[in-house]
Design a protein around this ligand. Structure first.
Ligand code: ZN
Length: 218
């Protein structure tokens, strides 16, 4: 069973606040645009009940907060279908507690419930500064052939998903590959890195490999 996009089932302590400056978002927004062009982030009436899908985030600062938290900037809930985003479409997750299904956020728009999975990835390693969650039928269906680590079949944005991410980081070659597929979340794939290039090019390179497998099978 796959879980549906867009269904917010987590606890979000949200404080409305003005948007960040465009300057603070410029790099993130450009990479998000590339993910949209390649349909790794988007919205399609024929997929996932028509909900927007995918999101991208970066840490607000490279340094960890004094409270051990890792604030990050992420695209807002249900922005997947918008070709161009502005500052009003981004929100700061100030604290994230994936094991309690809970986060706090500030900004002009609420964060996606998938922010909990981003938070779980940032908590793995302080060198991880970028996270992308995309939907790729090509990578997801070929995950095993591609050697992509795969989570157990657990719901996205859940404490179980956070535990699965930690398990894969220890038990698989996830730290080197920087990509995993979410078995319980149709087409769901996550990549991460120290830089945007590491996170986004990892996604694109696996997409290209998956397309070659599909090509062979046609
Ligand atoms: Zn998703």
């Amino acid at each position: 069973m796959s879980t549906q996009e867009g269904v917010i089932k987590y606890q979000c302590d949200f404080t409305p606040a003005p948007p960040l400056s465009y300057e603070a978002l410029r790099e993130l927004n450009a990479w998000r645009r590339l993910m949209f062009i390649t349909h790794l982030i988007g919205q399609d009436p024929n997929r996932y009940g028509g909900y927007g899908y995918g999101n991208i985030s970066r840490r607000l600062d490279a340094a960890e907060g004094a409270d051990g938290q890792h604030p990050f900037i992420i695209t807002g809930s249900q922005t997947g279908g918008k070709p161009e985003l502005g500052p009003e479409d981004y929100v700061v997750v100030t604290a994230c507690y994936p094991d309690e299904n809970r986060l706090t956020a500030r900004g002009p728009i609420k964060p996606s419930s998938e922010s909990l999975t981003h938070g779980a990835v940032y908590a793995l390693d302080s060198r991880i500064l970028w996270v992308v969650h995309a939907h790729s039928p090509e990578i997801w269906h070929n995950a095993e052939k591609l050697g992509v680590p795969i989570t157990a079949n657990v719901p996205y944005g859940s404490p179980e998903m956070a535990a699965e991410v930690r398990r894969l980081f220890v038990e698989s070659d996830l730290p080197q590959k920087r990509i995993f597929a979410m078995a319980g979340h149709e087409d769901g794939v996550v990549t991460f890195g120290h830089t945007a290039e590491e996170a986004c090019f990892t996604m694109l390179s696996y997409l290209v490999r998956a397309l070659q497998i599909n090509e062979r099978n046609n």
